[in-house]
Design a protein. Structure first.
Length: 245
């Protein structure tokens, strides 16, 4: 089973939706993509078993994508996790995540389970899932991910406008989740995609289906209306479960 469970679709300061995050399951192996400050609760509610998640991948290290890490790790500790946890992050991201733990719980605190690290963007086999990465154009380093499993491909952009590398990463993906922060292009907003940009990405990458998330709250109504009759591009379903068969 190759499955995507959507934990959150909200932009950074969305008052009604959790931070953008998803759990990808490939034949029993579970990967959490991003863990922002308002999605930590969703992680713990959705998977109460502290050993359920095998790995966490951080697309980048803004608060709405990374600052739920310390609460989740300490909750798993309290709930009795003993299984090793693999963290996929850049070198700077690892420094930030370790610093979050230190600032929250002191320099000597360590969980009772082992934490291992994988340096993004090096490719990785995680169970039956083959992961590869490419940079996008964001205000801090962000990496999109391509996950291939059992002949199917899911891609997830994280934040940022597309680059030639990320377009190549998305090529012929069965399902592509892409951020769409803006309804219309805005030169004053750096490092985010608009609806027009996302439609261009879908065309260039020839992906099977595109679903949009991380839509700025004030733009959500306009994006939703514009997609009402758009074939191949839709909204990522908050709380939904999608299966690639």
């Amino acid at each position: 089973m190759f499955e995507i469970q959507v934990l959150g679709t909200g932009a950074a300061n969305d008052p009604s939706l959790p931070n953008s995050s998803a759990i990808v399951t490939g034949y029993g192996t579970k990967l959490l993509i991003d863990c922002g400050y308002s999605v930590a609760r969703e992680v713990l509610l959705t998977l109460p078993d502290p050993n359920a998640i095998d790995a966490i991948f951080f697309t980048h290290h803004h608060p709405d994508h990374a600052w739920g890490f310390a609460p989740v790790v300490t909750a798993w500790q309290d709930y009795g996790r003993r299984k090793p946890l693999l963290i996929l992050a850049t070198r700077w991201g690892r420094f930030q995540l370790e610093k979050l733990i230190e600032l929250g719980f002191g320099p000597n605190w360590q969980p009772d389970f082992q934490i291992d690290w994988h340096l993004v963007p090096e490719p990785l086999m995680l169970g039956d899932m083959a992961l590869s990465f490419a940079p996008t154009d964001h205000t801090v380093p962000n990496h999109a991910v391509r996950i291939a499993c059992a002949g199917r491909v899911f891609a997830y952009s994280g934040d940022g406008r597309a680059t030639p590398q990320s377009i190549a990463l998305y090529r012929h993906a069965d399902l592509l989740f892409h951020e769409c922060h803006l309804f219309e292009d805005d030169a004053a907003v750096l490092g985010h995609a608009s609806l027009r940009h996302c439609r261009d990405i879908a065309r260039q990458s020839e992906c099977g289906e595109m679903m949009l998330y991380h839509i700025e709250a004030g733009a959500r109504a306009d994006v939703t209306l514009a997609l009402a009759h758009d074939r191949g591009v839709g909204l990522a379903p908050q709380g939904g479960v999608l299966r690639l068969l």
